[in-house]
Design a protein around this ligand. Sequence first.
Ligand code: 2RA
Length: 354
Amino acid sequence: MAPVLALVGATGAVGTVMIDIINARESVPWGEIRLIASARSAGKKITVRGEELTVVALSPEAFDGVDIAMFDVPDEISAEWAPIAAERGAVAVDNSGAFRMDDDVPLVVPEVNADKVAERPRGIISNPNCTTLSMMAALGALHHEFGLRELVVASYQAVSGAGKEGVDQLYAELSAVAGKEVGVRAGDVRDAITAAGVSIEDSPFPAPLALNVVPSAGSYKGDGWYSEELKVRNESRKILGIPDLKVSATCVRVPVVTTHSLAVHATFEREVTVEEAHKVFAAQPSLVLQDDPANGVFPTPADVVGEEPTYVGRVRQALDFPNTLDFFVCGDNLRKGAALNTYEIAEKLAPEFS
Ligand code: 2RA
């Protein structure tokens, strides 16, 4: 029998991208696809692969007969319901932060550590945070060949990482400053946004984002660190299997709607030439290499949004740091950064249930 796949959070932002991904697949291994969401969304009709499906309310019974349940819901919903799905016999593939760092829950990027899907004593597998994920296919491929030793990262994170509220805030702020000659003296962007009736106090970001960048992503965790920066460190170590990897990250929110970018400074066991790195990237099917800086060819979020692969460019040997490469990656944070990686994990599991 073909496996039964459930999607919990089917009507949310990531759930909607997930359905796009499933619809775009040439073929799928599923016998049934079940859409699950809050009681408020139950009864909605959504067409998946040509079939009109009715969303069912989240309940223990909704998992009966399900082999693989993908969760695209907030942390507290996953924390409560992924174990219930697992008790009912499904493997829960969870895109929240609820279980990522638990020792008995694998954190999986199929290109890097697909074998870990088998080690799931609780019946739960976690999907990494989108910031970590956006660089992992590239970094994992390099680590496999050259042995990663140290990692310094600066992120340029899109507002959709902060949900619909983040996107709405950016559009409102952009409308407020459009056509105005602001950004020429301290505070004038803030003034223009406020004068247009857009609240900065109620924004999901602690400073204006239009015509600006904001060095804060996630929640403040003390000692100067934000949660997104600690996630990059902890998750990179776990996925790559290097518990003592030296990592330092600075995460910055930028006025981009969707697609996270990262400037990566990675040190390896030995010298790595640009040609060698290009070869490794070219051999990884989920990467697209765009690296011709002399002709202005490199990835940017505006050109990568909506794409499944991660784009890599600006590959350089660091001039003053031995054995170190610098490069720039862009990955759609709602696709590879969330829905796509979760779906790829589910695809890896499918043969177990066929
Ligand atoms: C963000 N990485 O961009 C987060 C979303 N999970 O805010």
